[in-house]
Ligand binder design. Structure first.
Ligand code: XMP
Length: 305
């Protein structure tokens, strides 16, 4: 466990030294990692920091409004890149190729913004497990192995690169960030794309977004899981009204974990599962089947891709 006060002092110094008067753009998603990185960078370089929230079109319901509310006074720039993200994902079904396409598109958006502001550096909230899983060949986290080889930036600053999630939460507390940010469930940078098997289409994104909203509404407050979410895992036969239909299969996942490296499924009461099923199939017409995933990590990962 790191010494939080010492870490904060060193991180602020490091960001100041590496940035050395050069402008810095950063990816601020509103999760705990990027929020902590932003708070440290704001202390280190003040107005030389340009935080950017990229609406990839793969975010959860209400995220853009939430982030504007939380970071509106931080000079936050919101970029709507939803059309371009969907377009680069068109036709891609391989999970690694998807992550790489997303990682590259993030960088292209940041390069574009940096050109406008004259920023030379890119700052990210990458944490230790992101690096371990990418470097270990498990999967390319969008902000590590998913990044393109050639970038216009002079350098990348990753002040949280050696921390685990619980350590990042401690730093968030010490920095006085709101509890809502400090304790927020992790949400992957590639967003709903890793909760959709196969090609990402607008229709599947809409189903995933609505189903994730229902899951969070039912589970977050009551069970305080490490993570809970819904994934669109395929198409299956169902019956709606008098007709046989082809409908989406939605998998529900709720896990506890200490650091994301391993995870255990939560034993949800059957009544809670039944309510989730009835809300999802009732409110999302194109879903014909809901399943609950009871696989630990390993052998499964937490996300679907
Ligand atoms: P997995 O699916 O690898 O997830 O068991 C472990 C933790 O990491 C999150 N995750 C990501 N976070 N970019 C991120 O910022 C990514 O590409 C990514 N992939 C997975 C996941 O939500 C879980 O908390």
């Amino acid at each position: 466990m790191v010494n939080t006060a010492k870490f904060i002092e060193q991180a602020i110094k490091e960001i100041g030294d590496i940035a050395a008067g050069r402008g810095v753009v950063m990816a601020l998603s509103g999760g705990v990692d990027s929020s902590v990185a932003a708070a440290l960078a704001a202390k280190a370089i003040g107005p030389k920091l340009v935080p950017i929230y990229v609406d990839t079109g793969l975010m959860r319901k209400g995220e853009t409004e939430r982030i504007c509310h939380l970071f509106g006074d931080m000079n936050l720039k919101v970029v709507d890149a939803s059309v371009e993200f969907l377009s680069v994902l068109k036709g891609i079904t391989d999970p690694e190729a998807k992550r790489k396409a997303i990682g590259e598109q993030f960088v292209r958006v940041f390069e574009r913004e940096a050109r406008q502001t004259g920023a030379k550096m890119l700052l990210q909230g990458t944490i230790y497990p992101d690096r371990i899983e990418s470097e270990g060949g498990i999967k390319s986290h969008h902000n590590v192995g998913g990044m393109p080889l050639h970038m216009e930036f002079e350098g990348v600053i990753e002040p949280l690169r050696d921390l685990y999630k619980d350590e990042v939460r401690d730093v968030a507390g010490a920095l006085g960030l709101p509890a809502e940010i400090q304790h927020r469930m992790p949400f992957p940078g590639p967003g709903l794309a890793v909760r959709i098997l196969g090609e990402v289409t607008q229709e599947k994104v809409d189903v995933a977004r609505e189903a994730n909203w229902i899951i969070e509404d039912e589970l977050v407050e009551q069970f305080r899981p490490w993570q809970c979410f819904a994934a669109v895992v395929g198409l299956g036969t169902g019956v709606k009204g008098d007709n046989r239909v082809h409908g989406w299969i939605v998998a529900v996942r709720a896990v506890n974990s200490r650091d994301g490296m391993t995870a255990d499924p939560i034993h949800l009461p059957y009544e809670v599962l039944a309510k989730i099923e009835s809300r999802i199939t009732g409110q999302i017409r194109s879903v014909s089947r809901v399943v609950y995933d009871i696989t630990p990590k390993p052998p499964a990962t937490i996300e679907y891709e």
